[in-house]
Design a protein around this ligand. Structure first.
Ligand SMILES: [Zn+2]
Length: 514
């Protein structure tokens, strides 16, 4: 998700003038600075050109009582240069202080600056920042290099242009009642706690090694491979996610949790999948039982979704139900959806869990090529949520009724095109443009081409783009190929997608036109 927030139509539209500064002609033969952007149409401030990250190895020495990173905290990135690099940048917020930066073991120069252009004129909104690294010797194109950033200090959450909190959020259920961290990084929160190429197009393997007081549970994506008691009141917990992961899907949550580990069987593919469920220990017994009852449905949901989308894409599955009411939404962290809870304690409902688990295929395994493709994530997750609720839980809102209900939404909510979002990051979680309209578009496609072709298409998407990325063009071309339609009807399907993704008014074409 994120869970649906308020509907569309807030405030003035911010037009971002994107100055794509094409790298100037290289001064010395074949080497130039990597671009400080990946040209994202919604958030050009993030991402860095000139290299492709292969792996992140993050070591956090975390003190929950002061919410701070101590000595030994570092991120090691292995990357491949895609151009000759005289210098390169990472996305990393300035409040974390740098102890040292090394490239291939040799101390490197560095500088820090706000990303350009300014993300917002609102002083409450966090400005993304860059850490520029200058190695002592330039890096040749095609070379694999290692950059190690040692840092310390207190991570601060990022305030988005829509006012919400993300990144490394102190896990407080009341003022001065905090028990660690809650990490939800969509879209740019990762850079509040580790330096990265913070764009969904550059996916990589992850290793997270968190040292924290022994009473605390440290959580990462993927599988826990060890927990070592250091004998000094702290333990070091190591998690490894072997499948490629976008930076926004990483978990670094630390807290006081009731943990339930087990296994589930994916009956469609006949594989056993380890499960991990963490529920905030401070919740009331009633709340904790209710969350556990929802978590108990993970096997049922994964099997339902496996039947529709193909094999579960990751090696582990689970969820985290924290108690951080200041966040107000749920996020599909890879292998472990994160529920923030509400004022009354940890909370998780089955509709949202089905939504977040659907994201494991659509969004996490198949990630958007850039942020203007977020409709793909949320369209599929919204559709899957409606499908699960009606098919399994007997909810009267069937996908067909959902399509009709969405199509009747008032005219003003159709002004925002899902695939453009006016280029404004404040629209990234727009309820209609990003969730309901793309969800209805997919249901319409199902009605146009029928169940068999539709779910075969969903499985083909996972085979082609799983553990990778997808663009709007790829989605449309492959949907057209999968449709079985020809001639006029095939042309009409192309128009259908254009109207549903790009029009700034209610589309004319519906399944009734096919
Ligand atoms: Zn979602």
């Amino acid at each position: 998700m994120r869970s649906i927030r308020s509907a569309a139509g807030s405030g003035a539209l911010l037009t971002l003038v994107v100055l794509l500064l094409v790298a100037a002609a290289p001064a010395s033969a074949g080497y130039s600075p990597g671009a400080k952007t990946l040209g994202d149409p919604i958030i050009p401030q993030i991402g860095n050109g000139g290299y492709d990250v292969r792996s992140y190895s993050i070591a956090l020495n975390y003190e929950p009582s002061s919410n701070s990173f101590g000595p030994g905290t570092r991120t090691t990135i292995v990357a491949k240069a895609t151009q000759g690099l005289s210098k390169f940048s990472l996305d990393f917020q300035k409040q974390l202080k740098i102890a040292e930066v090394r490239v291939d073991g040799v101390k490197a120069g560095y500088a820090r600056a706000s990303a350009k252009p300014k993300l917002s004129s609102d002083p409450d909104v966090t400005q993304p920042a860059k850490l520029t690294v200058t190695p002592t010797a330039p890096i040749a194109k095609g070379e694999t290099f290692e950059v190690e950033v040692e840092y310390f200090g207190s991570p601060r959450p990022i305030v988005d242009t829509d006012g919400s909190l993300e990144g490394w959020v102190p896990a407080c259920h009341a003022a001065n009642d905090c028990d660690g961290s809650f990490t939800v990084n969509e879209p740019i929160g990762a850079q509040s706690w580790y330096p990265s190429n913070n764009h969904p197009s550059d996916k990589a393997k992850f290793r997270l090694e968190t040292t924290a007081p022994t009473a605390y549970t440290a959580i990462g994506a993927g599988e826990q491979i060890s927990r070592i008691d250091n004998g000094d009141g702290t333990a070091t917990t190591t998690w490894v996610e072997n499948e490629p992961m976008a930076t926004y899907l990483a978990s670094g949550t630390v807290g006081l949790f009731d943990v339930d580990e087990g296994t589930m069987t994916d009956h469609v593919n006949d594989v056993t999948i380890p499960t991990f469920v963490a529920i905030d220990s401070a919740g009331t017994p009633q709340r904790k039982q209710a969350v556990a009852a929802t978590a108990d449905r993970i096997p049922e949901m994964v099997n339902f979704l496996t039947g529709k989308f193909g094999a579960y894409p990751f090696e582990t599955v689970g969820m985290v139900a924290d108690w951080v009411p200041g966040v107000g939404y749920t996020l599909e962290n890879q292998t472990k959806p994160h529920f923030a809870g509400d004022d009354g304690g940890p909370a998780a409902d089955s509709s949202t869990l089905a939504h977040e688990l659907a994201h494991q295929w659509m969004g996490d395994s198949i990630s958007p090529a850039n942020w203007s493709v977020i409709w793909f994530n949320e369209g599929w997750a919204t559709f899957a949520e409606v499908l699960f609720d009606s098919k399994v839980d007997g909810d009267e809102m069937t996908p067909r009724k959902f399509f009709k209900a969405v199509y009747e939404i008032r005219a003003k909510y159709w002004k925002l095109a899902p695939a453009e979002l006016d280029g404004d990051p404040a629209n990234l979680f727009d309820g209609v443009a990003v969730y309901n309209r793309p969800g209805a578009m997919l249901e319409g496609l199902r009605e146009i081409i029928g169940n068999e072709r539709f779910f075969a298409f969903a499985r083909d998407l996972n085979e082609r783009h799983g553990h990778g990325n997808i663009t709007r063009g790829q989605f449309i071309n492959e949907a057209e190929d999968a449709s079985g339609l020809r001639g006029r009807k095939l042309e009409r399907l192309g128009k259908y997608f254009r109207q549903w993704l790009l029009w700034t008014k209610r589309p004319h074409l519906t399944p009734a036109d096919f």
